[in-house]
Design a protein around this ligand. Structure first.
Ligand code: NAP
Ligand code: F7E
Length: 325
């Protein structure tokens, strides 16, 4: 039974954190979320589930904190005694990680051990989920699965490899139920505006309404395995309900190029993408990940998880959401 179980979610204001919080609330959890203090509101994605602090018996409780502040993380974990911790907080933008490599390493890498230390020192049987990434595979060719060698191609990817291994180390050294979800790209209408799918989906909708003339992109030939975020947070939850902690690839086992995504998105508004898309080399990365496609058979076998929304439908969902906004 999950009723009244306590979860802590870092990154609750992000794409995945917002869907995961909804899922956990629907299962009867009390959800604590870590949010960063910001001079403007950064809680738009959780507006629909927000509960005023004056409400009695709140099930969603937000706490200021930061993955760089291990002392406050330890105090929070000791105070709320979570059954499950989902570490989704990160500097998650690959291109930006080349501009802010040290900060990315501190948050996306060292932030994970700050949180694991908080759990270890609390001495509770807390289960831990780490948001690992297909970016860890980097240059290793597809298909990628749990046994594929890592070859990260960005400061972000390198930081995620550190987090992956520190999660495994805390599992092996201290017996903590610590699991890595190695998730391939997953998108939704809540995706951040500077990731390529959202950039394309919003541009297609705006161009069709006469609000934008053209779209500047970088490498059109990169291939990704793009799935649907709400289905991926279900996989995260299932990982923490499993009998044993382990590592799982979550993906669709299909791959499309950025060009393909343009075609799906512009088709949804009856336009030819070639007439509007221009290449701007400023969006190229110093080192690129060319080809990702994940083999999710282990997640299917052990967790009973499989994707239902594939990339062509995903593009339509995202464009239609923008058209309705
Ligand atoms: P996202 O939308 O960028 O959300 C990132 C979250 O982390 C936001 O809530 C952000 O807060 C928070 N955050 C950033 N810096 C922080 C800090 N210093 N301390 C505490 N929190 C901080 O990312 P997402 O797409 O939901 O991804 C969730 C996690 O999965 C990330 O760890 C990401 O690296 C990983 N991942 C994502 C994908 C994907 O395709 N989406 C695939 C594999 C792995 P603000 O809202 O204040 O910025
Ligand atoms: O780029 C190419 C770009 O930034 C995808 C994060 O969630 O997934 C995400 O990382 C591809 C790359 O995602 C533009 O070069 C072309 O090859 O949408 P993206 P990402 O780098 O794959 C992984 C799994 C994560 O873990 C990360 O947190 O698209 N591309 N033109 C472009 N990319 C962007 N952003 N903008 C462009 O204009």
């Amino acid at each position: 039974m999950t009723e009244n179980r306590v979860a802590l979610v870092t990154g609750i204001t992000g794409q995945d954190g917002s869907y995961l919080a909804e899922l956990l609330l629907s299962k009867g959890y009390i959800v604590h979320g870590l949010i960063r203090r910001s001079s403007s509101f950064n809680t738009a994605r959780i507006e629909n589930i927000y509960q005023d602090p004056h409400e009695l018996n709140r099930r969603l409780i937000l706490h200021y904190g930061d993955l760089s502040d291990g002392i406050s993380l330890a105090a929070l974990v000791a105070e709320i005694e979570p059954d499950e911790v989902y570490n989704l907080g990160a500097q998650s933008h690959v291109r930006a990680s080349f501009d802010i490599p040290v900060y990315t390493s501190e948050i996306t890498g060292v932030g994970t051990v700050q949180l694991l230390e908080a759990i270890r020192s609390a001495g509770l049987p807390t289960r831990f989920y780490q948001a690992s990434s297909s970016e860890m595979f980097g240059a290793t060719p597809p298909p990628q699965d749990e046994n594929t060698a890592f070859y990260p191609r960005s400061p972000y990817g390198v930081a995620k490899v550190f987090s992956y291994w520190i999660t495994r180390n805390y599992r092996e050294a201290y017996g903590i139920f610590a699991t890595n979800g190695i998730l391939f790209n997953h998108e939704s209408p809540r995706r951040g505006d500077t990731f390529v799918t959202q950039k394309i989906a919003k541009a297609a909708a705006r161009i069709s309404r006469g609000e934008q003339d053209s779209l500047y992109l970088g490498n059109l030939f990169a291939r990704r395995d793009w799935g649907y975020a709400p289905e991926y947070v279900e996989a995260m939850w299932r990982m923490l309900q499993a009998d044993e902690p382990d590592d799982f690839v979550v993906a669709t086992n299909t791959s499309y190029s950025v060009e393909d995504f343009c075609q799906f998105a512009f088709e949804a508004v009856g336009l030819e993408w070639q007439k509007y898309v221009q290449v701007d080399e400023n969006y190229f990365r110093p080192t690129e990940v060319n080809d990702l496609r994940g083999d999710y058979s282990k997640a299917e076998r052990i967790l009973g998880w499989h994707p239902t929304v594939l990339t062509p439908e995903l593009a339509k969902i995202m464009v239609n959401a923008e058209l309705l906004s």
